[in-house]
Design a protein around this ligand. Structure first.
Ligand code: C2O
Length: 514
């Protein structure tokens, strides 16, 4: 095993990812931020220096952090934020997982403003090793011309009436074109310098090679339909779990999710569109400036260099009836594992309600809307053996190593990508309406396992996970405005181990008194 060491400085910088200038929060001045690449078993050490005016924390999305929950980087949960002007070094190993992950700020809404990047773990145990020649990272995100604090305060005010801010654009690997004459004066006016010729991302293909495309939805709100004109996507991974290959043309991907697909560069030497079609169903308002068809290009070596392509969308009538979309039921984990029988069941009802004095629409899980505690991390409280948590912290305590069945009923008209920190979950049931024990169908035979699960509109989802990883683990909607609106619950796993076995570094606790 190797130690992979990184030194990061986070600071504000004005850049123009799509041609329009705006201040962003960047790691080492990069957007997207630096790639972390390691092998299974390696140690990852990241020294983060915070040059922002607010506290920050970096979360390693999908890392199990087995025995190092305090390195999970969840602001307010596993740590107090790194104060402005200070540094903190994250240090953890990656013992038994591989695949495609990402990292992002987990403090306020900072990741929406640019603190995101890819995290890739290689392993000789990977199922599809040898079936591809090169790795390509494709990060998708919705994108806003207004800094997130302004968006969030509008969203959490009566003025929004619960409607999320609508993106101004979408990006692929931090780039896209934007037509400056459409600069939206509607919802969030901007008056920034703007160039209408910003380049799209271009991915170079060598004819004959096989590429593993690692698709990451690092956005904050929109889900996408991903495709590559003329090329079939052979899906082999979902959220760090190897899958039996399944050939499709389009992949729906929600916020926080990842897929890998093998693509053969077996088409005519030319340029082809890569498409990330934003799902407009989730938007309550219209943004006339938004081109929801976000694009990048595949450029075959030998073809003219171009910012456009003449290729057809798989959904186009040029391919009558050919477009095959990935559905969750097609995904079968490569290493077959049946879901263990449930020992206990936890039922979570999630909804949006306007029950505060200000009549602001907030996210509730079982009647609690999460509010981050200013100077406290719930983990430290549990570490002291204190289990009386603030009323805004809905904490489910799981005392034993056993299989937990999580039933989540979604009483909202939107779909929600829920992420459980520190675990992969078995997705054993999904359907319309509320879960009815004994009636709603479940599948425990080699079900999909992943770390970010889309809860469908007015539907139920049944998940199982083995409660064997001590710590305080958030389970939350990864749509950033929804997290800001409190759509989160925490699991306190194995509190005895948290109290007795956790040696939380003093410099981490010290940040709570800064
Ligand atoms: Cu991607 Cu709570 O995290």
């Amino acid at each position: 095993p190797t130690t992979r060491t990184y030194e990061w400085t986070i600071s504000q910088k004005t850049i123009a990812p799509d041609g329009l200038e705006r201040p962003m929060l960047l790691v080492n001045g990069m957007f997207p931020g630096p790639l972390i690449e390691a092998n299974t078993g390696d140690r990852i050490v990241v020294k983060v220096t915070n040059n922002l005016t607010n506290g920050t924390a970096i979360h390693w999305h999908g890392m199990f952090q087995n025995g190092t929950n305090w390195m999970d980087g969840s602001g307010g949960v596993t740590q107090c934020p790194i104060p402005p002007g200070q540094s903190f070094t994250y240090n953890f190993t990656v013992p038994n997982q591989w695949g495609t992950y990402w990292w992002h700020a987990h403090a306020a809404s900072q990741y929406v403003d640019g603190i995101v990047g890819p995290l890739v773990i290689h392993s000789p145990k990977e199922a599809h090793l040898g079936h591809y020649d090169e790795d390509v990272i494709v990060m998708l995100s919705d994108y806003y011309h207004t800094p997130s604090p302004t968006l969030v305060s509008w969203y959490l005010s009566p003025a929004s009436d619960g409607s999320e801010p609508v993106p101004d654009n979408g990006l692929i690997n931090g780039r896209n074109f934007f037509n400056c004459t459409l600069d939206p004066q509607a919802l969030f006016p901007t008056h920034a310098p703007c160039q209408s010729n910003a380049p799209r991302s271009v991915f170079d293909f060598q004819p004959g090679l096989r590429y593993r495309i690692r698709i990451i939805n690092a956005g904050s709100f929109a889900d996408f339909q991903f495709s590559m004109d003329n090329h079939t996507l052979s899906v082999i991974e979902a959220d760090g779990v190897d899958m039996q290959p399944v050939d499709v043309h389009r992949i729906p991907i929600h916020v926080g999710q990842r897929y890998s697909a093998i693509v053969q560069a077996n088409q005519k030497v030319d340029n082809y569109w890569i498409r990330a079609q934003m799902n407009l169903n989730c938007f309550n308002e219209e943004n006339p400036a938004l081109d929801a068809s976000v694009k990048a290009l595949v450029h075959y070596a030998g073809a003219p260099v171009s910012q456009t392509a003449k290729s057809f969308d798989w959904a186009d009538e040029a391919w009558p009836g050919r477009c095959l979309d990935l559905e969750a039921s097609m995904l079968k984990p490569f290493v077959v594992r049946d879901a263990p029988p449930a020992d206990i069941q936890v039922i979570l009802d999630m909804s949006f309600q306007k029950i505060t004095k200000k009549r602001v629409s907030l996210g509730y899980v079982n009647e609690t809307s999460w509010v981050p505690l200013k100077k406290a991390a719930t983990l430290f409280q549990a570490n002291k053996g204190n289990t009386k948590f603030a009323a805004t912290q809905f904490i489910v305590t799981l005392n034993q190593t056993q299989t937990v069945e999580l039933v989540v009923n979604n009483y909202d008209e939107g779909s929600h990508p829920f992420h459980l920190h520190g675990h992969q979950v078995y997705v054993v049931g999904e359907g319309k309406g509320r879960y009815i024990p004994g009636e709603s169908p479940l599948n425990t035979i080699n079900p999909l396992r992943r770390d970010t699960v889309t809860l469908q509109t007015f539907g139920y989802t049944v998940l199982r996970f083995v409660n064997d990883n001590p710590g305080m683990w958030p389970f939350h909607c990864h749509i950033n405005p929804h997290l800001d609106a409190g759509l989160m619950v925490q699991f306190l796993s194995l509190p005895t181990a948290v109290k007795q076995a956790f040696k939380i570094p003093a410099e981490l606790k010290k940040m709570c008194s800064a």
